[in-house]
Ligand binder design. Sequence first.
Ligand code: AMO
Length: 436
Amino acid sequence: MLEIQNRKYTNEITAANAGERVSVAGWVHEKRDLGGVFFLIVRDISGFAQITLPKKKVDKALFDHVKRVPRESVVVVEGEVKGEKKAPNGYEIIPRQMEVLSESSQVLPLDTTGKVGAELDTRLDARFMDLRTERTKHIFIVRSLMLKAMRDFFDERGLIEINTPKIVSAATEGGTALFPISYFEREAFLNQSPQLYKQILMASGFDRVYEIAPIFRAEEHDTTKHLNEATSVDVELAFVSDKEVMTLLEELIAFVYSRVVGYPGLAKLNVTLEVPAIPFRRITYDEAIELLSGEGEQIEWGEDIGTSAERTLGTIIGELYFITDWPCAIKPFYAQPADVDGKSGDICNAFDLMHPRLELSSGSQRVHSYELLKRQIETKGLSADSFEFYLDAFRYGMPPHAGWGLGVERLLMSMLEIENIRDVVLFPRDRRRLAP
Ligand code: AMO
């Protein structure tokens, strides 16, 4: 391996470095032959550098070498910086030498300049190369900014980051199927959600926790908003109600937007972001079905609000909003039934956070009474025995608690106005896709 002298990222160089000897390392993005002068555009994660070879002034062997290097090969170019207003970042490099570190095969599976578009499947099949395009690169830089903003926010609010097991013995989210795996002599599953574990921690004194980790859902349908492996931000707090965790959730969303809003790469994604005003609007489930009925979309009380109804509501409301007071029948066993006239009835202290296009998060106040929780597990047709390890934590002092789960991909695709969820995952897992 060669020693690269004075290597700089292409965006670290400006016209102020004129006269300096530098090296840039990256991929051959474009080659332009103007007869008397040849341009090589080298790309790295930070941007582009123009390497300028005036035919008469550079060594002939070097000129021919540069001209022949196939596009997307990895090169190191060493040369002298000159100010050049028309070039990216206002400079060009007059090369003294170039080394090809890895020659790229031709024909390329994708056009990395973004001039020729490609189908999503083609892009995902050659994801390493798709990530070389400006648009895709910026999506994942925003994703990283978003996750960093979340961790900073939680840290500031005194939450502890936890890691719970992904190989588990029981389901948490009724309805969505599980992926079975073989675990020595026993049956096990990939976890659908950290739900049971984050709740168990509420009995431990760790009373403000969060986790950012994969969740696995064996959803058979093929939609633009479902993945089989997604990333969830899970929060659980003790000594609070659903109202307080809803406030925490909207504050988190506004904070994430405020961190991403100034990112210059948004221009490449054709997005202009505005930090949403908080508090978000809150409507009850009953109000939601009434609004839908006004639009001719009938939902029986107790039925879930499906994708088409979500869209209709989103069009009416037009901003981020919460749907609260859900029928217990369509919420999981751990959601706390609300007290109505001193009696707990059919409505749960549960909420969904909605973007006009899709659901971003669900949460609730949790049942913390052992007896009620056991009863609710059984009412849902599940066996209390398989939840013994979880129920145990409710027998020796469990404080009231509440929390939510927020889909990282859902938030990112809604912020960046991206249609297909696969676009915001490096290597998405769906019904058809297990590689790369
Ligand atoms: P829920 O099942 O609603 O709730 O999931 C929470 C959020 O996770 C995201 N999500 C998904 N994203 C992409 N593909 C999927 N297949 C997928 N499934 C879920 C969504 C969703 O809103 N335990 C509760 C949360 C809680 O109450 O704390 C739960 O998992 O954005």
